[in-house]
Design a protein. Structure first.
Length: 141
């Protein structure tokens, strides 16, 4: 996990469903907070991508930090930026949705190939609707 400007990066090494479920739960928590009206409404965007990362410690004697680096990390950050540009709460790459074992758990809408900084070719992304999974979780509990 790592703070990145106004963002936060979290790793989900077990399966992509863990990341999707966390994104849905996070959107649900923000919606609940906004309903309570304890402050100005807030919005968050989530970008999801999957792939290999290099995990390690970097720095010198004065400052050491544990981090992950890879094109996967960069792509996830760019996809999170698409959530702002496209005004979609959760954006996932096709790679994420292809790795899901039970795609019927999630209601998704294709957003098409989107240009992102640092990539020669646009990447295919989908909007993940958090409300369907939230309803299913509510009926299971």
């Amino acid at each position: 996990d790592k703070y990145l400007g106004d963002g936060y990066m979290a790793l989900f090494p077990r399966c992509v469903e863990d990341a999707l479920d966390a994104a849905v739960a996070l959107q649900g928590a923000v919606a609940q907070l906004n309903r309570e009206g304890l402050g100005p409404p807030i919005e968050i965007g989530v970008g999801l991508h999957t792939g290999p990362v290099t995990f390690g410690t970097v720095g010198d004697a004065r400052h050491i930090d544990t981090t992950v680096v890879s094109d996967t990390v960069n792509t996830a950050k760019r996809v999170e930026g698409l959530s702002k540009r496209l005004r979609v709460p959760i954006v996932a790459t096709e790679d994420v949705m292809h790795a899901v074992r039970d795609p019927a758990r999630y209601l998704v809408r294709p957003l098409g190939a989107q240009p992102v900084r640092g990539k020669r070719e646009p990447i295919d992304v989908l909007a993940v609707n958090p409300s369907l999974e939230q309803r299913r979780i509510a009926t299971i509990v």
